[in-house]
Ligand binder design. Structure first.
Ligand code: PLP
Length: 393
């Protein structure tokens, strides 16, 4: 089975580019040029240098003694939490801003929900001296004050999306509208493996450095490049595809997806797309997402702001159809507890998103000699208030 996009940007039945007519010329140009630009030696060299000296790569592959003993299997943590800005998102924003530069753009527009992608985007815009406009729902601006302050401190202009529910969907609409009106000097920087082709594949390629490093590091530590399992959380799917990418065609490596189960996949407070999603077009690509009878996206819910998204990227819809991964809907309580356990067992405070991946250890048995790699997508500093009110610290 093939897990790369075809000529038209499809993974099997999912993907493609469903976009307004006005965007067609810019998207077509991007589709035609992105692979060639990314593969140029000068691009690769600049990207590698920034990933090394600015982001802090390679991130360690850490053998987690405490977890391994507790679950009687071999657990490794891929430490994306140690990246500059505290999560994997920067791998992608570095790649896309270099691409924007090659395309001759001097302005970046992005949308953000909880603000993490906005911060990663504002960071690389400061680094490259580019103008940065971030659309954010007015409600999210009120809820996520620290990230708004970070973006402003980094020099970004944060614009409030005031229509509809005033959250991520409206921010996406307004960012796209800005791009339609300013196609010549502006690049639209998407934060996950979602959106019209070529974004899901482009983001996957930029995040694939994670699995490239895992192969090399496992060879050094275990004498073989392939683990038995890789576990990652999925909001849109960027950290997970990064961890899976170089193993996708290798069926001996079993892939496990942890989604935001919220209060349960059988309740209406959930973000478990693989359980309740239906096919349709969301954010410019055909995928599975939670929708009402009219096909309008439903509001997703998860304790974790990064997993609180009504769909996932088209690759996951394809993987689900092909049975390439196991999907777990991790409930809020299970994730919060797994996060606290990691603090006690390993002395690492994980992002609540990453805690969903860790929670799989409680739900599924692994053999004693299995090698289980968990992608620790981010650190928990941003979530301290959330952990504190949950556990009453
Ligand atoms: C944004 C975020 C996620 C979810 O996004 P993906 O694109 O699915 O990776 C997961 N973990 C952390 C720490 C994040 O910041």
């Amino acid at each position: 089975m093939n897990y790369q996009v075809d000529q038209n940007g499809f993974y099997g039945n999912y993907g493609g580019a469903f976009i307004p007519e006005a965007l067609s010329p810019i998207i077509t140009k991007l589709q035609n040029e992105y692979v060639q630009i990314i593969q140029e030696p000068s691009f690769q060299k600049e990207m590698e240098e920034l990933l090394k000296d600015y982001v802090g790569r390679p991130t360690p592959l850490y053998f987690a003694k405490g977890l391994s003993k507790k679950y009687n299997t071999k657990v490794y943590l891929k430490r994306e939490d140690l990246c500059h800005t505290g999560a994997h998102k920067i791998n992608n924003t570095i790649g896309q801003i270099l691409l924007a530069k090659k395309l001759g753009k001097n302005k970046i527009v992005a949308e953000t929900g909880a603000g993490q992608h906005g911060v990663a985007t504002a960071t690389v815009c400061a680094l490259m001296g580019m103008e940065c406009i971030v659309y954010m729902g007015a409600l999210d601006i009120a809820r996520q004050a620290p990230n708004v302050a970070r973006m402003k401190m980094l020099g970004a202009e944060v614009r409030a999306a005031e229509s509809g529910a005033k959250t991520l969907k409206e921010a996406v609409d307004e960012a796209l509208m800005y791009w339609v009106e300013n196609p010549d000097d502006t690049f639209y920087l998407i934060g996950s493996a979602v959106g019209p082709h070529p974004y899901p594949d482009m983001v996957s390629r930029f995040q694939s450095v994670i699995s490239k490093e895992i192969r090399k590091q496992l060879l050094e530590k275990e004498g073989k490049e392939e683990p038995d399992y890789i576990i990652a959380c999925v909001g849109g799917g960027s950290n997970a595809v990064g961890a899976f990418y170089h193993f996708l065609e290798d069926n001996n490596v079993k892939l496990i997806v942890a989604e935001g189960g919220g209060e349960g996949a059988d309740t209406d407070k959930t973000a478990a797309t693989s359980y309740v999603g239906k096919p349709g077009v969301l954010h410019g690509s055909k995928t599975l997402f939670m929708q009402d009878e009219q096909g309008e996206p439903l509001e997703a819910y998860s304790v974790s702001a990064g997993l609180d998204y009504p769909g996932f990227g088209p690759l996951y819809a394809h993987m689900k159809e092909q049975n390439r991964a196991e999907f777990y809907a991790i409930k809020d309580d299970e994730a919060m507890q797994a996060g606290l356990n990691l603090c006690k067992d390993e002395g690492i405070i994980p992002a609540i998103e990453s805690s969903h991946a860790l929670a799989v250890l409680e739900q599924r048995k692994f053999k004693e000699d299995d090698i289980v790699v968990i992608n620790l997508s981010g650190r928990g500093d941003k979530d301290l208030d959330n952990y504190r009110s949950y556990f009453n610290f």
